[in-house]
Design a protein around this ligand. Sequence first.
Ligand code: UDP
Ligand code: MG
Length: 246
Amino acid sequence: MNHPPIDLSIVVPAYNEEENLRPLYEAIRSALADVRRSYELILVDDGSRDGTWRVIRELSARDSRVRGAKLRGNCGETAAGEAGIRLARGRYVVTMDADLQNDPSDLPRLLETIESGRWDMVCGSRVHNRRDNLLRRVSSRVANRVRNLVSNEDIRDAGCTYRIFRRDRVDRIKFYRGMHRFLPTLFRIEGYRVCEVPVTHHPRHAGRSKYGVWNRVFAASADLLAVRWMKKRHVQYEIAEEASAA
Ligand code: UDP
Ligand code: MG
C-alpha cells in the first residue's frame, strides 16, 4: 500500500492505561495544532487487562491519524515500543509514555531539534525538573552514574523514553527486552549521533507505574553488562581498497 509521506509518528506503548489515553490524545492534538507537520499516533496495547484496547479502538475510529495495535499478551515495554516503531510511517518517530509524564508541549521543540539534521536521535532529559519522590530521584541518579561508568557513556537520563529519532535509522537496530533504557547507546554503537535536551516531566496522570525501584535496578544491571559487551565487541572496520578483475 502506498501512503502519502508522514512527517511524524508518535509511538506509545500502553499497558493498563485506559484512563490516560484520551487526555494524552487531546494533549498531543493541541500541542501539534499549530505545527505544520503531518503526524500519526500509534497506540500499542501491550496485552492490557483493562479497557485500554476499547479506548484505542474508539480513538482510531474517531480520528484517522490514530492507529492501534494490540499485542497477544503482555510482552513488555520494549516489545510494545518496537511493534509501534516498525509500524511507523513517519520520517521521524517519537516514543513517549501513555501516562502524560512526558509533556506533549515539548513535541515541537523535539521536532525542531531533529529537523536541524545534526542528530539521528534526540533524547529527553528530566534531570532539571524531576518531581518524582526522593527514592526514585536518588535511585535514578545512581543508576545513571553506574550505567555511564560501566558502559562508558555520557547519557544523563537514559531512563527517559521520551525521544525522537529518524525512522530509517531503526532498521539496523535489534531490540532486546529491557533495552528501551539503552536505545541511545544502541544508536551510538551504529555510529549515529545522539544528544539530550531538557524536557518537562509530570507525575503520572492516572494508573500506576509498571516498575518498582528494585525490579528496575536489577533488570537494568544485568542488561548493562550485555550492553557493555556489545559496545566492546561490535565489529568496526573500513575497507581501505578493493581489487577485482572487472
Ligand atoms: N508499558 C508497557 N508494557 C509493560 C510495562 C509498561 O507497554 O509491560 C508501558 C506503560 O503503559 C507506559 C510506559 O510503558 O506507557 C512506561 O511505563 P511506566 O509509566 O509504568 O514506567 P515509569 O514511567 O514509571 O518508569
Ligand atoms: Mg511513566
